[in-house]
Design a binder for this molecule. Sequence first.
Ligand SMILES: O=C1O[C@H](COP(=O)(O)O)[C@@H](O)[C@H](O)[C@H]1O
Length: 241
Amino acid sequence: MELHITPTAEQVLTDLADYFVAQAGRAIAARGRFVVALSGGNSPRKLYKLLASPAYREKVAWPQVFFFFGDERNVPATDAESNYRMANEALLEPLGIAAAQVFAVHTTLPPAAAAAAYTRTIQGFFGAEEACFDLALLGLGDNSHTASLFPHTPVLHDASVGAREVLLADKNVFRITLTAPLLNQARAVAFLVYGEDKAAAVRHVLHDARDVDEFPAQLIAPTGETHWFLDQAAASLLPKH
Ligand SMILES: O=C1O[C@H](COP(=O)(O)O)[C@@H](O)[C@H](O)[C@H]1O
């Protein structure tokens, strides 16, 4: 596991954008394509805008990049809460990514059916190969959730490799998430976490004793490489080296 800690959120975004470019180059050189699982929420919006900016857009062979989603909210794709909508507005649409390169969750289906359909989509894409993202981008909630692996939800103990529906009982809403075993098959995982409000969660996940029901992001332990891109504020409660 590699920690990348920089003084400001802007530098974290630049570091991760550079890492994304390097991973894309390596994957395309080795296998002719770069398959990425995108994170949602708010933190990655600035990363996606940076990747679509003039400074970065020429650095990636975008026609060779395929996009999946690590999780999705059970809302229409036009909803302000939709992870697809956020990624589309910040990254996919500005870069003119073809629809055939984007695999969104079909939230028009009931949650369990949407999760099952997404599992089939992923299996269909990878075919006979093991489903293996070249890069899974992840975030971290202040309650230590990642993707939609929320504290004390049954999906945390789901050993299947695919997508599952998750009920957030306190809000009475569903999410669709990739399971931890699927995320852990990724060649690389990169967490993007900035801001003081994430400092306690970062410490819980990276330093405290293992308790995946309380701190679900502890489940992420890929066979490939793991990188944490943090600003100083998010890293402020980690023990000093
Ligand atoms: O709800 C979600 O939250 C996490 C963290 O989002 P952030 O904006 O606080 O970084 C995110 O990784 C996940 O994809 C999203 O659906």
